[in-house]
Write a protein that binds this ligand. Structure first.
Ligand SMILES: Cc1cc2nc3c(=O)[nH]c(=O)nc-3n(C[C@H](O)[C@H](O)[C@H](O)COP(=O)(O)O)c2cc1C
Length: 358
């Protein structure tokens, strides 16, 4: 393991060297044409900064809070399934990296470990992300486990009524056989706002609703008492041909009107992306693929280094933009800009061999 990475493109290249093709395809592939995934990048690339000068930026404060979690910078770990496929210590390593760095981990129900083991990996509070793969009895038992393991928040993912067509693993023969995915059972598909209310009430934990992609649903989520609205299109892994998340953010922020906090994910790989999302009204962003690349490159140390590089980027952007703290960012710091690259999951780096690694 080399913690000597200078840039996160080196992290990605190391992750590729370490990872077998099926795990790699699972990590980097989106659904169908991967248009949603590419648009997530295009959305960030279509925003330009409007820097202010002669502002004292000799001390920059990146800290922020999400509900009662103190974050070293407004970047958290998105729930990612199959983490053990990227590194044998997977979700445990992610928990340790989050703790050492000073951020929050959302733990996927399908991370590949017993949730209680990840919860016990560090003493920091964590959020559990639930998929519904059973009837109410199944849900209640899952929530009982979540509570007794000590999770301090519940995240319900609602953009996955069915499994999607992810064609990279299909072509390489590593996707699940047809019909065997728990997502293609009736339970996840039958979720409604009523079920969500019931789950939230039973759990009685700070509640995150993940997969909100319209102002209409954001408004409903507020009416239903959701604490954190998680703007996400699942990194372009579920519905293809969707809008980028950063593009949907301003209307969602307006609809929420400060009545809930907002997390955004989808295409966040650079400090500039973090700053743009916070300027447009997110309280924090989450990383999915970048987290997987960090773990794939070097387990806990790899992910820690990935976060440190990201933090260095955020700090430099803030200084050059003339903003001394995250709470001073607002929409006036960004404007429309012409993208200059063809977007894809690695297009934020200029040093990628042959444009990107397959
Ligand atoms: C390999 C992988 C597995 C994922 N598994 C889950 C999951 O189990 N639950 C969930 O809510 N989202 C899951 N996601 C979606 C992420 O939580 C997040 O929404 C997405 O990765 C953000 O986009 P990004 O990868 O461009 O950062 C997964 C994403 C990846 C890359």
């Amino acid at each position: 393991m080399s913690p000597e990475f200078l840039s996160n493109d080196e992290v990605i290249q190391q992750a590729r060297r370490n990872m077998a093709q099926p795990a790699w395809d699972y990590l980097v592939g989106g659904s169908e044409s991967e248009t949603t995934m590419r648009r997530n990048r295009l959305g960030f690339d279509s925003l330009a900064f409007r820097p202010r000068v002669l502002v004292d930026v000799s001390n920059i404060d990146l800290t922020t809070t999400l509900l009662d979690h103190n974050l070293r910078m407004p970047v958290i770990l998105a729930p990612v399934g199959g983490l053990i496929r990227f590194n044998p210590d997977g979700g445990i390593a992610a928990a340790q990296a989050a703790s050492e760095f000073g951020t929050l981990q959302a733990v996927s129900q399908v991370a590949g470990h017993r949730p209680a083991d990840i919860a016990a990996a560090t003493s920091d509070p964590k959020v559990f992300q639930l998929y519904v793969h059973g009837d109410w009895e199944w849900i209640a038992a899952a929530l009982d486990d979540v509570k007794s393991a000590g999770f301090r928040g519940l995240c319900l993912t609602v953009d996955s009524a069915r499994s999607s067509r992810r064609e990279r693993p299909m072509i390489h023969g590593s996707s699940q056989p047809r019909g065997s995915s728990p997502f293609d059972g009736p339970d996840q598909a039958a979720l409604t706002w009523d079920t969500m209310d019931r789950i939230r009430d039973y759990a009685n934990l700070p509640f995150y609703l993940k997969g909100i992609a319209t102002a209409e649903d954001a408004k409903l989520a507020v009416e239903h008492g959701v604490d954190v609205i998680w703007v996400s299109n699942h990194g372009g892994r579920q519905l293809d041909q969707g809008q980028s998340t950063i593009e949907m953010l301003p209307k969602i922020v307006e609809a929420v009107g400060g009545k809930a906090q907002i997390v955004l994910d989808g295409g966040v790989v650079r400090g500039a992306d973090v700053v743009k999302a916070i300027a447009l009204g997110a309280d924090a962003v989450a990383i999915g693929k970048l987290q997987g690349w960090g773990l794939g490159a070097g387990g806990k140390e790899g992910l820690l280094k990935t976060l440190e590089i990201l933090e260095d980027e955020v700090l430099r952007v803030m200084a050059l933009l003339g903003v001394p703290s995250m709470d001073r960012l607002d929409p006036t710091y960004v404007t429309e800009g012409q993208p200059v690259t063809q977007p894809h999951e690695m297009s934020a780096w200029v040093n990628m061999p042959e444009d990107r690694i397959l």
